[in-house]
Ligand binder design. Structure first.
Ligand SMILES: [Zn+2]
Length: 634
């Protein structure tokens, strides 16, 4: 692993926390319910599709119907593309300029809104509006400068809700939320060093206090290449830092694996022995009575056929695994899934999956295979997409000898990446004619310079002092999704800020590690829980019990959790009665141990009172009572 040179470029997309959207006055608000639906079919003109790959255009020309869901609170006619965009949101523009200043980036003097063609339906207009704010600059980390390429301000796209192949559905609440896009110069280093850059950039954005927090509010696209490979792999949709490090590690191994496969191939095979796809045959008849479940599933659809592709000189290369689960066969399987093909087999893995030796021999025969050195691919799926899928397979196989192909991949939460499409060229852009250019003057920039945030260290020291937190906790709460509600709770209640901060960071994180869902703990719920604590309705010990019930979804509300847990506030009078009873029942222990009986009594009290009364309060009461009893005896 030490010999691998890893090069990574980031493009961070961060939502801003403006009240309104970028080009209208709608609120930036996640919709809980949508109240209207409309349908669209996008018909792109050919000239607009210049740089898109064949596959996307093919998908597109199938005229998918797109269903948009909107809520009147978060979308208007602008989102529906029935009204021209309004002026650029000044608050968003200010934030973009402040961030550009903080990164020493060169702000351009006239900002022009551009339309970037998008063909997946995520924008009702068929394009995304974007504007270049600045270029160049750097981010400083431990005395090292990480270069900035460009900083853009753009509108977020619609939120993909579902796609069943017939309808693709988007929520419009997210469309038009201002985003800042920062592209960094590619850097080399270890995965840990590289993730540190993303962490620092995220922190710089948060110190402005002008960016949104929470899952989905920051998304990173990552370009990764290994050993100076020419192929550029872009991974989209990384949402968290722990995911980012796994993505980088996985992609390093995958790409290095592909390089090792290429080396094996170039070492062991002569280039003119390799002939890809010179013979392609329909083998549906051979598979008609196959006992393979996968085959039968494909064939049960009358539209589907099976084709076999001869790949001369490839024996042993489809299944070769330089790292676990990294092999060409798997790459091909992922590739064809993009076209909706579920069934792909290669000669290195057959007979298997219910496909028999006899069937394999028939395929060998029909393709005229030399079993000492040739291989084949079998592909089952829709007849109409067959030729485009086969040419994609052949293109991919032609690239095996050069290692890593350029492509776009999607990040999964476990860090694995999946093929999502060939890498498109730079998207076609043209000017947005509905919005006038925006002039940047010194008068505009001077007051913004004052708003450039303090450094991370200064911000943390300031917070630590203001809320009397230790530095570690101050960092944790400021890095977390709960910083805003933390400030609200600290101002609104008499509860110690460090108690609130540790609940909102360490304790919630603990529950997340157990697989519980923290997204349920929205600001209203947290406000409710801590207000009850503040007014003495529940004890400190109850907070985790309530959060746990909510997060593992055994209860739906704070009220219900309190009822299920049997948490009732106990009056001081009742409390004394309970403790007196326990003391009475344990006279022998007290006689024997004196004041040291406290801990034993405490244990007995807590089994009854856990979550209902503050532990310290019980402890104090027991101590007082023991003191009185033992002194009386003397
Ligand atoms: Zn609107």
């Amino acid at each position: 692993m030490n010999e691998i040179i890893l090069k990574v470029g980031f493009e961070i997309h961060q939502q801003l926390s403006t009240k309104n959207k970028l080009f209208c006055n709608c609120k930036c608000l996640e919709a809980e319910n949508y109240d209207s639906i409309f349908l669209r079919k996008l018909r792109p003109a050919h000239s607009e599709l210049g740089s898109y790959d064949r596959a996307s255009i093919f998908e597109f020309t199938k005229m998918r119907t797109i269903k948009y869901h909107s809520s009147y609170l978060s979308s208007c006619l602008v989102e529906a593309d029935e009204e021209p965009p309004h002026e650029i949101n000044r608050d968003a523009m200010d934030t973009a300029l402040i961030i550009s200043l903080a990164l020493n980036s060169n702000i351009i003097d006239e900002i022009n809104v551009m339309r970037k063609i998008v063909i997946d339906g995520s924008n009702t207009s068929g394009f995304q509006r974007t504007m270049l704010i600045s270029y160049g600059g750097h981010l400083q980390i431990d005395g090292k400068k990480i270069g900035v390429q460009t900083i853009c301000l753009e509108e977020d796209s619609g939120k993909l809700l579902s796609d069943d192949g017939k309808f693709r559905e988007y929520g419009l609440d997210r469309l038009g939320i201002p985003l800042i896009e920062i592209a960094l110069e590619p850097v080399t280093g270890t995965p840990t060093e590289i993730v540190k850059i993303a962490l620092n950039l995220g922190r710089l954005l948060r110190t402005t206090k002008r960016v949104a927090r929470g899952l989905g509010s920051i998304r990173q696209d990552v370009n990764i290449s290994v050993n100076n490979g020419k192929g550029i792999v872009e991974i989209k949709g990384v949402q968290r830092l722990d995911q980012l490090i796994k993505v980088i590690e996985y992609e390093t191994i995958r790409q290095h694996g592909l390089i090792l496969i290429a080396e094996k191939m170039n070492r062991e095979r002569k280039s003119n022995d390799i002939i890809i796809g010179d013979k392609i045959m329909d083998i549906t008849n051979i598979f008609m009575d196959s006992s393979s479940k996968i085959v039968q599933k494909v064939i049960s659809n009358k539209e589907n056929i099976f084709m076999a592709i001869r790949v001369k000189g490839f024996k042993g290369l489809f299944g070769f695994e330089p790292y676990p689960d990294i092999r060409i066969g798997k790459e091909l399987g992922e590739l064809v899934r993009f076209y909706g093909f579920g069934g792909l087999f290669h000669s290195d893995e057959l007979p298997n999956y219910g496909i028999t030796d006899i069937e394999v021999r028939k395929v060998n025969e029909i393709l005229d295979i030399d079993i000492s050195k040739d291989g084949f691919i079998i592909l089952g799926g829709p007849r109409e997409k067959m030729s485009i899928a086969i040419s994609a397979i052949c293109d991919r196989l032609n690239n095996v000898s050069s290692g890593v192909p350029s492509e776009t991949r999607a990040a999964r939460i476990d860090g694995k990446t999946i093929y999502s499409r060939p890498k498109p060229g730079s998207a076609r852009m043209y000017p947005e004619t509905d919005i006038a250019p925006f002039k940047i003057t010194d008068d505009l920039l001077v007051p913004l310079k004052e708003k450039v945030p303090k450094s991370w260290n200064e911000t943390i020291s300031y917070l630590a002092k203001k809320y009397q937190l230790n530095k570690n906790l101050a960092e944790k709460i400021f890095d977390s999704n709960y910083f805003e509600i933390f400030e609200v709770l600290s101002g609104l209640t008499k509860i110690s800020p460090s108690f609130i901060a540790s609940k909102l960071t360490e304790d919630i994180l603990n529950f997340e590690r157990q697989g519980y869902d923290s997204s349920i703990l929205n600001n209203n719920i947290l406000l409710d829980i801590f207000k009850r604590l503040d007014s003495g309705l529940i004890a400190k010990e109850s907070i985790n019990l309530i959060m746990e019930k909510l997060m593992n979804r055994t209860t739906k509300s704070v009220d219900e959790s309190i009822r299920v847990l049997g948490i009732k506030s106990i009056s001081d009078e009742e409390l004394e009665k309970i403790i007196d009873k326990i003391i009475e029942d344990n006279v022998l222990i007290i006689q024997e141990k004196g004041m040291k009986a406290t801990s034993a009594l405490m244990g007995k009290c807590m089994t009854i009172l856990r979550g209902k009364v503050n532990g310290k309060k019980i402890n104090d009461l027991i101590n007082n009572k023991l003191n009185i009893i033992l002194n009386l005896k003397k």
